[in-house]
Design a protein around this ligand. Structure first.
Ligand SMILES: Nc1ncnc2c1ncn2[C@@H]1O[C@H](COP(=O)(O)OP(=O)(O)OP(=O)(O)O)[C@@H](O)[C@H]1O
Length: 264
């Protein structure tokens, strides 16, 4: 679905991505982990076509990302950021309908006959019906992020890029958000690449991980194979205690207080 070959990107003469090679197959859920400034957002922006690489190639379904037209690309991929929606005065229903942009003709008519049902289904699924007529600016951060997800779902992309989507959410909404995304993937075969700061959340929900360090890849592969305390120590300079989750044996990491972030 996505392939990167020797992708380089610099800002102001400073190399931020240094020869990234990676490949993601359709239907996979990849987590993107790495310290602040390691290049996660830059990588997502390059894949989304918002930024262009200085050199190297990015392929989306066998075609260079840069060769897609705007609407064509929006039907393939959607990006959701930390604060998915600005505090606009539009009501939630209108904002979700805006996600249909790639399917509208020049008069704003939706080409899909199911568009109306789709928007209604999304509102039910995300529990947004009660707030359908409320302006987005009046919603809490968690509700607003749910509306942002609704807009992205209305876009019906094949690939979703998430840039720290749970950063401002409390633990309840973090789990809810990850469940909603996973459910959507289960129903539609969606491919997901999500930059996350919460290692434990990534371990629970992502089947694969890309771990970045200083603009390069420190590791990439199935979560159970790459996520080890020694790798986390090397990348994040922190000494974490690995435990198996009591419900499913997935790896989880406990903090160890101490000078230098617990690192020896
Ligand atoms: N538009 C830009 N102009 C100049 N420098 C930039 C720009 N975007 C990113 N950078 C720099 O590139 C480096 C990587 O930034 P990036 O946002 O990709 O990292 P990140 O891993 O997403 O970080 P964080 O976890 O803090 O969000 C940083 O040093 C940042 O300052």
């Amino acid at each position: 679905m996505i392939r990167l070959e020797q992708v380089y990107k610099s800002f102001d003469g400073r190399c931020v991505l240094q020869g990234m090679d990676m490949q993601i197959e359709q239907g996979q859920f990849w987590g993107l982990l790495g310290p602040n400034g390691s290049g996660k957002s830059t990588l997502l922006q390059l894949i989304s076509g918002m930024e262009k690489p200085d050199s190297g190639r990015i392929w989306l379904e066998g075609k260079p990302v840069g060769s897609y037209g705007r609407k064509e690309l929006s039907r393939k991929l959607a990006m959701l950021q930390q604060e998915g929606l600005p505090p606009v005065s539009f009501p939630v229903r209108d904002v979700i309908e805006m996600g249909r942009f790639p399917f509208q003709d020049w008069l704003g008519r939706d080409r899909s006959e199911q568009a109306e049902t789709l928007v209604e289904d999304i509102m039910d699924r995300l529990d947004l019906r009660e707030m359908a007529d409320r302006p987005v600016s009046e919603l809490s951060g968690g509700q607003r992020q749910r509306a942002a997800l609704g807009k992205v779902m209305a876009q019906q992309p094949e690939l979703v890029l998430l840039d720290e989507p749970t950063t401002f959410l409390d633990v309840h909404y973090q789990i809810q958000f990850m469940e909603l995304i996973s459910e959507w993937r289960g129903d539609s075969g969606l491919t997901i690449l999500a930059a996350l700061h919460d290692i434990n959340l990534a371990a629970l929900y992502c089947d694969h991980l890309l771990i970045m360090k200083e603009g390069g890849l420190a590791a990439a592969g199935p979560t159970s194979e790459v996520l080890t305390s020694s790798l986390l120590k090397e990348v994040f300079k922190v000494d974490l205690a690995a435990v198996a989750h009591p419900d499913n044996d997935l790896p989880q990491f406990l903090l160890r207080p101490g000078p230098g972030g617990g690192s020896q």
